[in-house]
Design a protein around this ligand. Structure first.
Ligand SMILES: Cc1ncc(C[n+]2csc(CCOP(=O)(O)OP(=O)(O)O)c2C)c(N)n1
Length: 305
């Protein structure tokens, strides 16, 4: 059985790598805030939920994951590297000429990227096609579509939401990254949608609201038995844009931005401190001398030193 600590460590590595890739593309910058808000969601999916085999990327029974908010690509690319679809070399070629990995994902099933995305509002409709195809061909796979809360302003999302409920697509899971921000400001100011949970349920979906940075809660939201088995499932994940780096959290300047060396070092230092305090919590039941020794080792390990 997968350990929660394993998923938390995976998420921490993904955050660190996303920051270092952002530093590497300093002149133009990257969508780092939107990626940091979905790190735990992608870690839990790729680390524990999705049935995938990087040796058989075209396996017809594989689960499908569609990153509809394509600008969160850094979270997808780092998760695909953790899952063995991308090599570290491929990852570190991010945004260089001829790289597989551009600012927003380009379809490459061999490397685990099921669709091209970036133009918002299309992932759920594509996911419906995949879910219907799975049902028609009697395959057992599930299709997961991750969208932004700002993306849910798109009318196509709601046509798709109606269709999924109409076709009783219980093999389809929509995930809303509810961080309350979009590129132009607060979601409630740009186009207030009220409660996502109420909206998705009124469109005929089973809904689950969850802390989108709590790996145990996410795992439960994806795995617990359905209470309404003939409905699609919407997981509304409350998240923080820029999560993990205090000067980025809830700060829309980091929707897309460049990172200086000094900012990068401050961010890494903060994530290292977070690793130490989590390890301290985990080992607090140990005798103090052993806890101190283990804490030091664990912290180094977790920040990838
Ligand atoms: C069809 C379309 N319209 C506009 C954009 C420009 N755009 C890029 S990101 C973004 C904000 C999306 O907000 P949200 O889905 O909440 O994502 P977050 O900012 O939380 O990452 C917009 C409007 C786009 N990519 N596609």
């Amino acid at each position: 059985m997968i350990q929660l600590e394993t998923l938390e460590s995976m998420a921490r590595r993904m955050r660190l790598t996303s920051l270092s890739l952002t530093l590497g593309v300093a002149p133009q910058g990257a969508h780092i805030g939107p990626a940091l808000s979905i790190i735990e969601i992608c870690a839990v999916l790729y680390g524990a939920v999705l049935r995938l085999d990087p040796q058989k990327p075209f396996w017809p029974e594989r689960d499908r994951f569609l990153l509809s908010k394509g600008h969160g690509a850094l979270a997808l690319y780092t998760a695909l590297t953790e899952a063995g679809f991308l090599t570290p070399q491929e990852l570190h070629a991010y945004e260089t000429p001829d790289s597989l990995l551009s600012g927003q994902p380009a379809m490459c099933v061999e490397k685990g990227m099921e669709i091209s995305s970036g133009s918002l509002g299309h992932g759920l409709s594509i996911g419906i096609g995949m879910a219907l195809a799975g049902r028609k061909t009697q395959r057992r796979y599930h299709t997961y579509v991750l969208m932004g809360d700002g993306e849910c302003n798109e009318g196509t999302v709601w046509e798709a939401a109606m269709a999924a409920a109409h076709f009783k697509l219980n093999n389809l899971v929509a995930i809303v990254d509810a961080n309350g921000l979009q590129s132009d400001g607060c979601c409630s100011t740009v186009m207030d949608m009220g409660s996502h949970q109420a909206k998705w349920s009124s469109f005929g979906w089973e809904t689950r609201s969850v802390d989108g940075h709590n790996v145990a809660a996410l795992l439960d939201a994806f795995s617990a038995p359905r209470t309404q088995p003939d409905r699609p499932l919407a997981v509304i994940a409350a998240t923080v844009k820029g999560k993990g780096v205090s000067f980025m959290e809830n700060n829309n300047d980091w929707h897309n931005n460049r990172l200086t060396q000094a900012q990068y070092e401050a961010a890494i230092e903060e994530l290292a401190q977070d690793g130490i305090s989590r390890s301290a919590q985990r080992f607090s039941q140990f005798p103090s001398s052993l806890a101190a020794r283990t804490r030091g080792l664990c912290a180094l390990d977790e920040i990838g030193a």
